[in-house]
Design a protein around this ligand. Structure first.
Ligand code: N01
Length: 489
């Protein structure tokens, strides 16, 4: 069997799954199946359809380096355009014929006799492959808050990532719970429509200007004539994002500059109102994701909006009761409460060597070498795995690094071969990673970057250029090579 006849399964068809599939296909692999629980590609960009859903990272950077789009309608694109880009990219690179839509992977078990994975789906399919790539993302499972009485609410309620477009918000009293990246995008969109909007803020975000712009015909003509301009823009935004990372990770003075910029922006937008004291954060900048918006704060100043910073104690039949005993009666509750980001690969049951359960192996927190490889789980590779999220920048750059690393890892394999990262290598890596994170900026507050026990399991502790450098080569000596014929070598 030639190397290119390896059977490969990829779970998920968002940016991560497509990056992996395209990279492998470019290098001759064609026996690839992608499992997708939805009916089309797109991952979070298919799921999140809330009003105003968009990407606050400029599209010249938040897109594949090998697939520039000279026709972005604006600098920071809206969800429908990003989804269209992903559909187009999947079509152009011939990925769609590999996808099994409406099929959720529920289990995968490694068979040590033949060094292959047996995958089970919710449709009852059983598929055997040599290599398994999980590209399910960190933000694919909406999380509802653990607040008492949620089930007692007698009116409409939904999560921002499962927006219920059948509910007309016009003239309604609406509670929004949460002030993260999602909420700050849809609050300004629904504010003019609703009768009253009560925004429940537990922790305020730092805001910076969005630097968005609509590209005119003249822009597009220029980009077409000189595509290098978009490449230059990509480089500039990449440098800006790396600078923000450096500020949060390594430089107190630079962090102070970012704080001052945010203060300037927020103060300017709230001039003449009493709101600044209420919405100004009380933790180190960068500890939670910094947000880019020009319309969020102005919308909070509107007469039909109230920011409620008292803690929520209970959801009642009529609304939201805060600790001061007030019941805020509403017609609709929108949970903008984020995702179950620490439950990597859940709810799939993954069994590795010796039928080790991945969930049990990760009982003290998810971890993987370079976020990609897990001891005792041969030929299983993760895209957007533990400790690979960025506090600032474009995840697409990280995903391309991972796709290339995985392609190198499987390059020398024949059917019946497998590689598994050495436990000592992974352990050393995890100790180093956690040592860098333990006193870092993300340990200074609670956020989805940290698991309940305080371990920062989501974020990469360095810049994206460092990650790129460290994943540039696949070092076979860090892995054990298993062969069906020869046993371990
Ligand atoms: O979710 P979040 P998100 N009572 O977890 C609050 C990406 N993204 O969907 O901070 C009251 O950030 C919680 O409060 P606190 C991006 O990576 C990207 O907004 O925990 N409040 C917080 O305010 C982003 O980081 C784009 O105190 C409760 C909010 O809910 C990630 O998705 C756009 C609560 C959750 O915020 C997630 O963003 C959108 C409770 N019991 C999203 N429980 C781009 O533009 C939670 N909260 C690229």
């Amino acid at each position: 069997m030639s190397a290119h006849r390896l059977a490969i399964a990829i779970i998920g068809t968002g940016f991560a799954g497509l990056a992996a599939a395209i990279e492998l296909k470019k290098h001759g692999h064609d026996d690839i199946v992608l499992f997708e629980r939805g009916s089309e590609v797109g991952g979070v960009w298919r799921e999140n359809t809330y009003p105003g859903a968009s990407c606050d990272v400029p599209s010249s950077l938040y897109s594949f380096s090998f697939e520039p789009n000279l026709n972005w309608l604006r600098r920071s694109s809206e969800q429908p355009e990003i989804l269209a880009y992903l559909r187009r990219t999947a079509g152009k690179h011939d990925v769609l014929r590999h996808v099994r839509f409406d099929t959720e992977v529920i289990s995968a078990e490694f068979d040590e006799v033949v060094n292959r994975w047996t995958i089970g789906t919710d449709a009852g399919d059983v598929v055997e492959v040599d290599v398994l790539v999980s590209a399910v993302g960190q933000l694919s499972r909406p999380a509802l808050p653990d607040v008492e009485g949620r089930e007692n609410f007698e009116h409409d309620a939904f999560h921002s990532a499962e927006w219920d477009h059948s509910i007309d918000l016009t003239g309604k009293r609406v509670a929004v719970i949460g002030t993260g990246a999602s909420a700050i995008q849809f609050v300004p969109e629904i504010q003019p429509q609703v009768k009253q909007l009560i925004l429940f803020q537990r922790t305020a975000p730092y805001l910076l200007p969005r630097f968005d712009t609509v590209f005119s015909d003249a822009h597009h003509a220029l980009f077409q004539r000189l595509p290098i301009i978009q490449k230059a823009q990509r480089a500039v935004w990449w440098m800006a994002a790396e600078t923000l990372s450096i500020a949060f990770l390594y430089s107190k003075p630079l962090s102070r500059v970012v704080t001052a910029l945010s203060r300037w922006h927020m103060k300017r937008q709230l001039r003449g109102s009493e709101l600044l004291a209420k919405v100004w954060p009380d933790y180190a900048v960068g500890c939670k994701r910094i947000l880019f918006s020009d319309n969020y704060l102005p919308s909070l100043r509107q007469p039909n909006v109230a920011v409620e910073s008292d803690r929520i104690e209970e959801i009642t039949a009529a609304g939201v009761r805060t600790v001061d005993g007030v019941v805020h009666e509403v017609d609709v509750i929108i949970y903008a409460t984020g995702f179950a980001a620490s439950d990597f690969l859940a709810p799939m049951k993954i069994l590795g060597q010796g039928r080790r359960d991945l969930r049990a192996q990760w009982s003290n927190g998810a971890r993987a070498y370079l976020g990609v490889s897990i001891p005792h789980f041969p030929n299983l590779f993760l895209m957007y795995g533990p400790n690979t999220n960025l506090g600032s920048g474009s995840m697409v750059c990280m995903l391309e690094s991972q796709a290339e690393y995985i392609r190198r890892a499987v390059a020398g394999l024949r059917g019946g071969d497998a590689v598994v990262v050495r436990a000592d290598v992974e352990n050393r890596y995890d100790v180093e990673t956690q040592a860098r994170l333990v006193d870092g900026v993300w340990s200074k507050c609670t956020s989805w970057y940290r698991a309940a026990d305080g371990r920062v399991a989501n974020n990469w502790p360095g810049t994206s250029s460092e990650y790129r450098r460290r994943t540039k080569e696949f070092d076979a000596s860090e892995f054990v090579h298993l062969s069906k014929e020869k046993g371990i070598s």
